[in-house]
Write a protein that binds this ligand. Sequence first.
Ligand code: FAD
Length: 318
Amino acid sequence: MKIIDHIKESNGKTLFSFEILPPLKGLGIQSIYNGIDPLMEFKPSFIDVTYHREDYVLKKRADGTFDRVSTRKRPGTVAICAAIQNKYHIDAVPHLICGGFTKDDTETALIELNFLGIDNVLALRGDPQKGELYFEPEMGGNKNALDLIHQIKNMNSGVYLDEELTQGVESNFCIGAAAYPEKHMDAPNLSSDLKYLKRKVEAGADFLVTQMFFDNQHYFNFVNKCRENGIDVPIIPGIKPISSRKQLLALPKVFNIDLPEDLVNAIEDCKNDKDVAQIGIDWAIEQCKELIQKNAPVLHFYTMSKSAQTKTICEHIF
Ligand code: FAD
């Protein structure tokens, strides 16, 4: 079922969903189920599965020099989505990225998803390759999320890359895209980011999922700005419970977000990461209560495939 239909059918009730990562190469599917099972009692409407492009690692040769070897550390997004739908009968939302994909690779992935009965995709550009400052598209690949959305919409109309292929099967993907209440790190300002966000919606994004934020006011202001700019699709807030002190440094840097002073002070006063995790839970509970009160369509949790904090939060809010 499409995410937008889940939201329509909820009649204003805030839904629950979460994101998981494919396991590191070498781990089995059970490691995924272990992260999902404890959250099933809260009836998730959908589960997102992230996509990870290849990484380069340096392997030392006998002569002391290094080979740059490409490796995919977390493969399996499409297969995990199929496994989730098969086992739990819950919609799985694969993330699709431009980085590392030619348009042909993307078409193949979309065909596979369509065969598997997967109705939703989250269309993303992807981050720059490790060690690179700017995002470089694959040769013959989509250069940003907007291009990717165009490709998915084309397939929804039966238009494939091969121009000689006429009367191709029309897919019917519901398309999600990313949104950044505190602006995307590449954008010179929020207005510019909103301009391109609007283009993604005009091109066919049916819903948006936000980057994590820790001050709800960022989300409320952002939703207002989107509405003023004619962006009228559901905007799903992303929630991340903080779990360790080192995230004080990592989260602002990696995700271009601010951490509120009260949260930072509370974490700095903690003796260990167990205490930090409790602060993370308490903070997220307060965020969620307000988001529910103000009719957020869905609360979407970044679980990193670890369910303990999200489970405790859900026990308090659902
Ligand atoms: P885009 O929408 O393409 O935008 C990227 C930047 O370019 C923005 O600053 C935008 O303002 C600007 N821009 C867009 N179009 C133009 C244009 N025509 N001219 C000039 N500037 C333009 N990454 C992964 O690798 N795997 C994942 O599974 C994954 N999941 C994510 C899930 C969510 C909910 C979110 C919020 C992010 C996720 N990411 C993931 C990270 C994402 O790939 C990065 O944030 C990436 O840097 C941008 O992706 P995007 O789809 O927002 O890009």
